[in-house]
Design a protein around this ligand. Structure first.
Ligand SMILES: Nc1ncnc2c1ncn2[C@@H]1O[C@H](COP(=O)(O)OP(=O)(O)O)[C@@H](O)[C@H]1O
Ligand SMILES: [Mg+2]
Length: 285
């Protein structure tokens, strides 16, 4: 398990004089992974302030599958947007590989709940979109795009249009699109919420396998507790809005996951334990 480094104390930080400079630190934990320090968010609206996240402190390790689970409206999407640099925090700081996040960065590929493929582009054309947008050399990335499609079982579908694919296949294509420029981190906001239960289970197995094959750091958000436990190396449980950290659990299921683990006692126990956090609140949806 990758439990150890997660809890290491990070020495360099917040007081870096120039956030654009890469901070060189003696503490290896600080220079890699994602680290949040006192990160909170209050939306300012015409109707008044909407406190969405209380100050959060935690770290995600390199190569870790990290899942955030919490009730609807607790600030999960807000958290992901801030880590990807799309939204500034109200307080606190976020570091990716020791560098402070101040704007959208190329370190992350993002997958949303809906595949959001361009309907007039082929599957391969959709997967190559980030390469075109980032003006990266097409010839260099084309074999990679094809390899990724192969890896997720879409080898024969490169020239199909999105409507010719099932929902699960479209979402697999969008995962390829998020990985094509070889980002260090893949961030996924309820990526399987729109899929039927059986497809969702298959996608969970597939995603866990992709993570093992690519070694990517994955931050995934869900409101399904079983999905969180099945996928994660660690699960962060959030409270209701304004969200805060209720607990962080190690998932002692080993690196390779199979669906029959969901029938086992370790899985059941952890799911029950996480569910307890919400038994006093309104249920997860
Ligand atoms: N742009 C915004 N302006 C005002 N309030 C917002 C905005 N975006 C989200 N919120 C509020 O912040 C809270 C957290 O939202 P969100 O991060 O989308 O939650 P989750 O993804 O956990 O469902 C919600 O109460 C939501 O209504
Ligand atoms: Mg959300």
């Amino acid at each position: 398990m990758r439990g150890g480094p997660a809890l290491s104390i990070v020495s360099n930080s917040a007081d870096a004089p120039d956030s654009h400079l890469r901070v060189v630190s003696e503490a290896p934990a600080a220079a890699s992974g994602i680290r949040l320090s006192g990160v909170s968010k209050t939306y300012r609206t015409r109707e008044g302030d909407v406190p969405s996240l209380r100050p959060l402190d935690f770290q995600i390790n390199d190569g870790e599958f990290f899942v955030v689970v919490g009730p609807s409206g607790c600030g999960k999407s807000t958290l992901l947007k801030m880590i990807s640099g799309l939204l500034p925090p109200s307080t606190g700081e976020i570091f990716v590989d020791g560098e402070k996040v101040t704007e959208p960065h190329g370190n992350a590929g993002i997958v949303f709940q809906h595949a959001l493929l361009l309907p007039w582009r082929t599957v391969l054309g959709n997967v190559m979109l980030p390469i075109e947008m980032k003006k990266l050399p097409r010839a260099e990335y084309l074999p990679r795009a094809k390899k990724l499609l192969e890896m997720v079982g879409l080898g024969g579908f490169e020239n199909k249009l999105p409507w010719q694919l099932s929902g699960g296949m479209q979402q697999r294509a969008s995962i390829c699109r998020a990985l094509v420029h070889d980002p260090k981190i893949m961030m996924m906001d309820e990526p399987f919420g729109a899929l039927d239960a059986m497809t969702r289970e298959r996608m969970n197995v597939e995603l866990r396998r992709i993570q093992r094959a690519t070694g990517k750091t994955i931050l995934l958000i869900t409101h399904s507790i079983p999905e969180a436990v099945f996928l994660a190396d660690r699960v962060l449980v959030m409270t209701e809005r304004p969200g805060s950290i209720a607990a962080i659990y190690d998932v002692p299921l080993g690196a390779d996951r199979t669906l029959d683990m969901m029938a086992g006692p370790v899985f059941a126990e952890l799911v029950a334990r996480i569910r307890k956090h919400f038994s006093t609140q309104s249920a997860l949806d």
